[in-house]
Design a protein around this ligand. Sequence first.
Ligand SMILES: Nc1nc2c(c(=O)[nH]1)N[C@H]1C(S)=C(S)[C@@H](COP(=O)(O)OP(=O)(O)OC[C@H]3O[C@@H](n4cnc5c(N)ncnc54)[C@H](O)[C@@H]3O)O[C@H]1N2
Ligand code: MOO
Length: 451
Amino acid sequence: MKTLDQIAAELEGYDPQALSAADVQAFLSRLVTPVQDAVERLLFEALGRVLAEDVISPFDVPPHDNSAMDGYAFDGQQLKADAALELQVVGTALAGTAWQGSVQAGQCVKIMTGAIMPPGADTVVPQEFVKRLPSDTADEGSRIGIPPGLLRAGDNRRLRGEDLMQGQPALRKGELITPARLGLAASLGLKTLPCWRPLRVAYFSTGDEILSLGEAPREGAVYDSNRYTVFGMLSRLGCQVIDLGVVRDDPALLEAAFTRAAAEADAIITSGGVSVGEADFTKTMMKKLGDVAFWRIAMRPGRPMAVGRILATKSASTPGTTGAISYKKNSNTHGAILFGLPGNPVAVMVTFLAFVRPALLQMMGASAAPAPLLKARSSEAIRKKPGRTEYQRGWVATAADGSLVVKTTGSQGSGVLRSMAEANGLMVLHHAQGNVAVGDEVDVMMFDGAI
Ligand SMILES: Nc1nc2c(c(=O)[nH]1)N[C@H]1C(S)=C(S)[C@@H](COP(=O)(O)OP(=O)(O)OC[C@H]3O[C@@H](n4cnc5c(N)ncnc54)[C@H](O)[C@@H]3O)O[C@H]1N2
Ligand code: MOO
């Protein structure tokens, strides 16, 4: 496990008081390691988890050549480019039961979508293409005609193993389990999947002016919104949230909260108390209980941030629970990774999306590259100083010509949550980028399911 000093030494020109957003991402990717603690989960409980092992297909999918259409199966070698093909219907193959027999030259079998291809047949003509001879019934004993030029040999046959071959990896370790992957696992007859256990993340808000819901309003105080935005973003990631509420600016209370969080959680997120304000014990306590760096990041919003590790003072094997399953913290965890986010509500969300989310995904063992940024044309001019990354709340829409356009959702103050609530993405105005003119293309990080 590397110390912060060791990581800092690996990064060229590391200066905690002048970090770019890219420096922060590089630092965090070195700081965190996957929490590797696997459990078998029933498919219905595996959605959103990360696969702990490759899943190998135990058989070919589909297990037999089968029909892709309702129609008639026959040997496609008989097709001619310039003449209709007449065939005698000799049986019916239903999905789920193999037709007994084999199809000879001049014969076909009426077949349903998904039914096993009978021996001797490699091609299916959809029933809509067929002329019934002489009447309009085309069952066993009757004849069909296939007009020329409509089909080639092998058409409308799904090949055994075309989805997956036996022994081939169907799913890969590190993949997030999506609905399609759940379905693929089910198609292999698997009842459970090996998943990493959910990450446990403790959160608390700091600040004497922060009110919990239900408390009476008082002058100068604000309701705790960060607790809910962080809860929402962690839940969307599939983390188990250990909610420690609001912790007053009191050394004993802060110490108790950090100690409990470090013993129970893999990561701790706090908001507030990381800037230069006085009467703030948060930073003091972070320093006392861990290995923590205090950064100033060249970005907007989200300038101050604390990062490091809070060391567990008690046994690091406090059990936690998720649903009916109980887990032990890894014995090699030695405390928890700390993300001390700035207090301003939008700064919390932006630093979470830009830094904490990718770091937590890495801790979850997820291997996917971050979603690509979209390109959209700005429908307004935006002032932007080179030398810092700005994340502007915006709404991306499709213009009449089909291209994407983006517009800010109003005031970009780091306390203005309304413009965040109205946005569907963040424009990412990169470190070296300058002013944006109307019609300029900008990068956008879409919220999708993340927030
Ligand atoms: N002299 C300087 N002052 C400030 C700087 C600076 O560099 N030099 N940075 C500014 C920036 S940027 C931010 S962001 C804030 C961060 O300060 P803290 O992390 O110490 O946060 P607080 O002072 O505790 O709170 C800031 C702001 O956010 C509100 N807040 C805090 N927690 C919550 C919560 N849970 N729910 C809703 N709102 C919350 C709090 O009331 C304050 O208004 O510092 C700037 N100052
Ligand atoms: O971290 Mo601050 O949000 O830029 O006000």
